[in-house]
Design a protein around this ligand. Sequence first.
Ligand code: C2O
Ligand code: CU
Ligand code: CU
Length: 505
Amino acid sequence: MWTRRNVLQSLGAGAGLVAVPAPIRRALAAAEPDLVLRLTAQRAELPLWPGAKTAVLRYFGQVLHGRADGLKPSPGYLGPTLELRRGERVRIEFRNRLAEPSIIHWHGMIVPETADGHPRFAVGPGGEYVYEFTVRNPAGTYLYHPHPHGRTGAQVYWGLAGLVIVREAEERAYGLPGPEHELSLVIQDRRVDDDQFVLKRMMMDDMNGVLGDTVLVNGAPDAAFMVTPRPWRLRLANVSNARIYKLAWSDGRPLRVIATDNGLLSAGEGVQTRPYVVLGPFERVELLEDFGERRPGAEITLLSGEFADVGMMDMMGGMMGRGMGGMMSGMMGPAQGKEMTLARFTVAAAARTPRETLRLPPSEAPPQGRHELYTRLAFRHMQGFLNGRRFEMEAVADDERLPLGEGTVWTFANDGGGMAMPHPMHIHGVRFRILERSRGDAPADLREGLVDAGFKDTFLIFPGERVRVLVAPTEPGLFMYHCHNLEHEDGGMMRNCRFGTGPSA
Ligand code: C2O
Ligand code: CU
Ligand code: CU
């Protein structure tokens, strides 16, 4: 018996639309989604710097059915931005035109198990995968990126990633600037040599993750924006393999955070005002920035402020003395925590548009239930461990099972020994709240910039820290949790978790 579900599963397994018998194709067509997109991953070359072509991997997009504005092209090598509406039914056909396996994961999106892009669904060169889901997440800034096991870091580095923006009609009633007054900044760092990206040539890259010396925003260098003197909604996403940013304005004005990873903050939480905001790999934050508070013609820079390196560099520096810095950086690459310019903003000379009153949405009631899970992080012999385990394609342990539809308090403790380093931890298929972060363990020069409010899907956990999150899965099946430092993830600091009951495998 062909149910819709197993048709989609077999499509998902790579059978492709052509293999579906005609009557079933008609049945599928009857349930035509609102929006059908195609994303193709392939090699490309583009002129990022004058007089040169940079080799990249890139997602190319097409709207096959539905709103033509469902995709918005990106100026650089990034994939197009998916502009989705909450409640919309979406089908996305992924075509792999790379020379290696790949699969797309919708980071932060709550989708059925078969649409999550788990590495077990990776398709080889020439293969296809069809995703079907209804947009359940609230308005916010999400991401998509490859997720084949062991190759995520490389594929993202070469250019495969993009934004997913979810919109809701209610947003205008909240008093937020409309789409015409918002900017998205996808922040990435690369090592650039001779106008080409260079991946991994330092011995410490597997340990610290790949860090670049050049910042690219939206897939292009030297980002600059002209803004009118009025409130703007800025969506900031860190899509770097390993770099942590300490976001700040060059004129010292505070940042007003209105959203974190998984949607707007609630009225109860209110706007979070910070002198700087710390953003780990694949975290997002939205700012409400009133450029009308600056004088016309003003030039402001969004920068990443300096902070003490919390990784290997620091330890080596301490061991070998400052004088060794130059030689060491030749072996190790750029450091975490160095100051960088991210983007320039120029305020246009125009009449100022005042702010509207901001009415953030009401808080959601917390889930019932207090199941408990505990995961201890460790990093030794160049490899990350979660409760002493590493990634296996199908395995789920007892302490990796979460009940469906009720709350689990999941405690992460970064005290498992070995190398002391921060890890950006991520859980698929859920949005969660950070209940508690152990006090006094985050570095003093980053502490004030941690925004633990709102719904999160990724969070930084510093050496010695304990972070407790409250998560209530709604989609049954096999999902995953992992360190989102992409070199740690590819190195196996990743595990499956199961939501609801199911086979142990
Ligand atoms: Cu953003 Cu498992 O990934
Ligand atoms: Cu994810
Ligand atoms: Cu890590």
